[in-house]
Write a protein that binds this ligand. Sequence first.
Ligand code: SF4
Length: 330
Amino acid sequence: MSEKLLEVKELRTEFKREKSWVTAVNDVSFSINKGEVLGLVGESGCGKSVTSLSIMRLLLDTSGKTTHGEVMFDGKDILKISEKEMRGIRGYKMAMIFQNPMSSLNPCIRVDKQLMEAILLHNKISKQEARQRAFNVLQSVGIPDPENTLRSYPHQLSGGMSQRVMIAMAMSCEPQLLIADEPTTALDVTIQAQILDLMLEIKEKRNTGILLITHDLGVVAEMCSRVIVMYAGRIVEEAPVKDLFANPVHPYTQGLIASVPKLGSNMTSLPSIPGSVPDLSVMPKGCKFAPRCKYAQSICHEKEPELTYVEGSTVQRCRCHLFHSKREEA
Ligand code: SF4
């Protein structure tokens, strides 16, 4: 039986826009088991990164705040603990790999100092031991010359090496949960494959739970066992990966999957989803996808659908009136 590592319940995060508050993430609930890779997909602006920053409580430097919900981790609602207690969890029991290593590593500080700082913060060990651990963790992420890398500044490293340093930093305290926000977007395909293999290896070795945020459905198919699709700050579909690709139920998920190029296909242009993600301050009433949905009915413009289980399934959930009405007719 799989053991639950993280449970997010009814999460809502809002941002201040001039004199009012806008909702970026609403009613988001999901869980991650130990040793599981859960994918979080959707277009830019769908709320994926805000969800992860809310879980990590990293919205402090923004105008955002989590106004509702629970994030259960290690037996506690981490939204309710003090910032001091959270600092003992962040980077230690849960860590994050950001999209762009060059904007996350300090360019003026050598890699050894940055890695050791993270290690020393959470472990009562000497500087010498911390340096040895930094060396070991660089070696474990496949850096060929860890000593040289430790002595380097981030700008002296290639994109792939910098991303490996970021992963090493995140893994240096052996976290139970790793949140990876588009970890391979800035990398070429060969380095991307190496980084993804590395994350799977880490998961196997340490039973780490991974929340993988991406817009790349190919990466999801390769890495994840379950996937959540987000649109306009809501979960619109959730399913095991094979069910989602074999039977996508929500029109948005169907559109995302249809827009992926297929090997051997002779199509001259790819189908795309018309329109764009709604602005947070002018969210449509009812279903947030309605202005872009070719199946929209009058109820879709009036009432927001609930996220409910697909008929006959206990693992696939969907938020769509069309699907509900089909189910009621059956
Ligand atoms: Fe489309 Fe209506 Fe379903 Fe929304 S609820 S996805 S508008 S059919």
